[in-house]
Design a protein around this ligand. Structure first.
Ligand SMILES: Cc1ncc(COP(=O)(O)O)c(C=O)c1O
Length: 363
């Protein structure tokens, strides 16, 4: 049996007719940029996230970068980020000329450790970027309290967790901004790149709309230096179709995760905070012989992923910049984590096969 880590083609086939007609509609109407689909998608995601505004962009990376820009993050500032996340979380801080300060994670949630975070706050700290890694909400109560007490902005990296809730409230709706990625493999994935910022702050939303379109409020009138980061109509139309299915798909991911967690042996299964709802962008287990386990599963037709094989403070670019942090939990996680297939299109037989294979691993 072959089990891919993700099955984008299978997902397409389940909603092919709807997607095809949404794309053809955009093609036949001939409006590809700044059209009605993007506007409607922004309204729908703002409503879904429980916030006032949403600004569609070209990527999740731009969502982070432009959030930091509109919050005024610049050279001389420090921004605290988890060391165990995708590179863009820190990269966008560096793109603003500011310094990413790496924080260790809590080993059972893989999210930023709020106790260690507090110790990293200095007079230069301007913001925190909590990441809801793998689809599991970060400790937002503690993080928001720390931010409030220290006058810090919060930019939520919600790239992996659209639809997750922390204590009943949508992730992305706690901070000054919430940053979504529509990268094709995400739980809500476009057929290309895409991203969005959600926010309750009307001023930030207005600034973001200007920055994403060359710093212009109206055509050929530029009040600022911006970027070209518009989501296109074809992507928005695709995302609008898929958004209707997101809750169901996330529920299927949770169901798959529940089965894996109850039946897997010999690996450390992920802990899901009972008061939050995890959307399992990744289902991540730990094993001290992770690479052997991955090889063994591959030989048995089961594809896996390692997110992430190196923590950010150990990335060449930050080592060259003189970072010498020792962050034991992030480093250990990088050596031990293995992400298993969890996508909603997995069949019961595939899940059973995967469970049997893992339980037979003699590592
Ligand atoms: C945690 C995290 N942050 C940021 C990003 C960047 O998103 P994008 O690839 O849409 O630029 C991603 C996704 O790749 C991510 O997983």
């Amino acid at each position: 049996m072959q089990i891919p880590i993700i099955d984008i083609k299978a997902q397409y086939n389940t909603i092919k007719a709807e997607l095809d007609s949404a794309v053809i509609k955009v093609l036949s109407e001939g409006v590809f940029i700044n059209g009605p689909e993007v506007k409607k998608l922004e309204e729908e995601i703002a409503k879904y996230s429980g916030v006032k505004h949403a600004v569609a962009l070209n990527s999740g990376t731009d969502a982070l970068y432009l959030s930091l820009k509109v919050l005024g993050i610049r050279e001389g500032d420090e921004v605290i980020v988890p060391a165990f996340t995708f590179f863009a979380t820190a990269e966008t801080v560096s793109m603003c000329g500011a310094k990413p300060v790496f924080c260790d994670i809590t080993p059972d949630t893989y999210n930023i450790d709020p106790v260690k975070l507090e110790k990293l706050i200095t007079h230069r700290t301007k913001a925190i970027i909590p990441v809801h890694l793998y689809g599991q909400p970060a400790e937002m109560d503690l993080i928001m309290t720390l931010a409030k007490n220290n006058g810090l902005n919060v930019v939520e990296d919600n790239a992996q967790a659209l639809g997750a809730k922390y204590r009943g409230k949508m992730t992305g709706s706690f901070g000054d901004t919430g940053c979504i990625s529509f990268y094709p493999t995400k739980n809500l994935g476009a057929a290309g790149d895409g991203g969005m910022v959600v926010t309750n702050n009307s001023e930030l939303a207005a600034k973001l709309s200007i920055l994403r379109d060359h710093g212009s409020v109206k055509k050929y009138a530029h009040s600022e230096i911006g970027v070209c980061s518009r989501l296109d109509e074809v992507q928005a139309a695709i995302l609008r179709v898929k958004l209707k299915y997101l809750e169901g798909w996330n529920e299927k991911r949770r169901k798959n995760a529940k089965k894996l967690t109850s039946l897997l042996k010999g690996v450390i299964t992920p802990r899901a905070d009972e008061q939050s709802s995890h959307v399992y962008h990744q289902y991540t287990v730990r094993h001290s012989h992770r690479d052997q386990l991955a090889e063994y599963l591959k030989a048995n037709g089961i594809m896996t992923g390692v997110h992430y094989p190196s923590p950010l403070h150990k990335q060449e670019v930050y080592m060259k910049a003189g970072y010498m942090d020792v962050l034991p939990e992030a480093e250990k996680a990088s050596r031990e984590v293995l992400c298993l297939p969890i996508h909603p299109e997995l069949s019961g037989e595939q899940l059973d096969y995967m469970i049997a294979a893992i339980n037979n691993f003699k590592g």
